[in-house]
Design a protein around this ligand. Structure first.
Ligand code: TXA
Ligand code: MG
Length: 338
């Protein structure tokens, strides 16, 4: 057990003395959890293997899963990566923000950060607490989402504490988190940009900026869905302990079938479907068109409803815009689609 110090700060009135303290901790190879506009990150000095290893230990993270390094702006990127100049202006349109880009790494980035790959993932967050903290560090900060490996990413300090109290040195609490879903990741190390993870920056936006991009089939979660259907195999991620069932067919007929088949469940639904769930345990999250709000609520809802019912049954969305990221996460969290 590590003794964990928790600080609170307000997004509009940031206490710089807390960030100075936290930056000092990071420079002393300690672990610091901080808010970003996507999810909380579990940070450590990316130039120290000793510090970076503490991240893997705190999360129980498999050692071959690489970490994103965080910087306050673009100016130092070239110290850590070989920038493809073709993309510099295009990246500027998306940073600071919920966007992560990959280039070939320089030697200073160790294999512990890159999971033995020859690339490095870089993110420049816009959240003022994250950005100010990074400005106070003279090194990049490696930070995965601040959850135990396999669990939903935390968007509230309550959930950070659940997973990480006693496992990290410092937690900076600030529940003002805009997106609630992890950054979009693009591999810019090759000839054509490849989406590695969908997120708040949509495929449509990326196509507008980069032109042709590759969105591999696995982004739609289809491969995983096939494997989940194989007997005895359940690949789960971003997942609570209670089985999650994803509703992809929202017709009245199918909803009737689901209601009768899965009793003792909680139904996470859009406002428009309320009538159909009368008398059952349901949580109306928002109107179906409020996809950003829905995205930002998912991880909280999965955590808050864990270990309370036999199933968590949640409504899926169309896979355009932010919907692609929502469906990607819901497919990974769920063990069944109905
Ligand atoms: O929004 C976010 O990106 C949050 C905040 C804290 O910045 N971070 C985050 O980190 O989601 P993490 O570690 O939970 O997810 C990063 C993903 C992992 O799936 C990892 O495998 C992938 O990025 N990744 C990192 N470096 C990579 C690399 N060099 N090549 C391929 N994938 C990489
Ligand atoms: Mg994660």
């Amino acid at each position: 057990m590590i003794s964990t110090t928790i600080y609170n700060t307000d997004i509009k009135n940031i206490d710089i003395s807390i960030l100075t303290e936290a930056a000092h901790d990071l420079s002393n190879e300690k672990t610091v959890i901080f808010p970003t506009e996507t999810v909380y990150g579990l940070g450590a000095n990316a130039l120290s293997d000793n510090a970076a290893l503490k991240i893997y230990r705190a999360k129980n993270r498999p050692p071959d899963n690489p970490l994103i390094i965080h910087l306050p702006d673009f100016s130092d990127v070239e110290k850590y990566a070989f920038i493809n100049n073709r993309y510099t202006d295009k990246i500027q349109k998306l940073i600071p923000g919920p966007f992560t880009f990959l280039f070939k790494k320089r030697k200073v980035i160790s294999n512990i950060i890159s999971g033995n790959l020859d690339t490095v993932a870089i993110r420049i967050p816009v959240h003022p607490v994250a950005n100010e903290l990074l400005k106070l560090c003279d090194f990049p900060v490696a930070a995965p989402s601040a959850n135990l490996s396999g669990k939903p990413s935390p968007t509230r300090v309550k959930h950070v504490i659940e997973d990480m109290n006693g496992r990290v040195d410092t937690i900076i609490a600030c529940d003002d988190i805009e997106f609630g879903i992890e950054s979009t990741i693009m591999d810019l190390s090759g000839d054509i940009p490849v989406m590695l993870r969908p997120g708040p920056v949509s495929a449509e936006q990326l196509e507008e900026i980069f032109g042709k991009i590759i969105v591999p089939e696995y982004i739609h979660g289809k491969e995983q869905a096939d494997r989940i259907l194989a007997p005895g195999m359940k690949y789960r991620h971003y997942a609570p302990e209670t089985p999650v069932i994803l509703i992809t067919d929202k017709s009245e007929k199918n909803i009737d079938y689901i209601k009768n088949k899965y009793t003792d469940s909680v139904f996470i639904i859009f406002n428009e479907y309320r009538e159909l769930f009368k008398g059952l345990n349901y949580i109306p999250v928002c109107d179906e068109k409020n996809i950003y709000f829905y995205a930002s609520s998912i991880y909280d809802l999965l955590r808050e409803n864990d270990n309370k019912y036999s199933n968590i049954i949640i409504m899926g969305v169309k896979e355009n815009g932010m919907g692609l990221a929502v469906m990607n996460r819901l497919r990974k969290a769920s063990s069944l689609e109905v």
